[in-house]
Design a binder for this molecule. Structure first.
Ligand code: TYC
Length: 101
């Protein structure tokens, strides 16, 4: 059998699959002190004071704020760690995760 005369002009390079990222979301509550929320954001998410303050105030005013996006396991570990810090100090502070659309 003869070879085809023309090669395809577009390379058929397979698309690299990346796992979907997940958002960590901070939820507001009426009891956790603002300064405690700021300290947790700095400790767990490596934010500086002004970044942490901005995220805390957005959650306070709008009831929730996206903190950061990570691979799913990292997002879940950080959300749990941050929520546990609140719990260990008697506060209902809560972080959740959801897949990025
Ligand atoms: N609303 C809290 C207060 O007034 C502070 C707070 C902000 C708590 C953001 C949680 O995600 C939060 N003490």
């Amino acid at each position: 059998m003869s070879q085809p005369l023309l090669r395809p002009r577009v390379a058929t390079r397979p698309k690299t699959q990346r796992p979907p990222l997940h958002k960590v979301i901070l939820l507001n509550d009426d009891y956790t002190p603002r300064e405690f929320v700021v300290e947790v954001l700095k400790a767990v998410f490596r934010m500086n004071e002004s970044q942490a303050l901005a995220v805390m105030m957005t959650a306070h005013r709008k009831n929730a704020c996206v903190v950061a996006v990570f691979a799913r396991d990292v997002a879940e570990t950080k959300a749990t760690e941050a929520t546990e810090l609140g719990k260990a100090n008697g506060f209902p502070l809560f972080f959740t995760t959801e897949p990025e659309t």
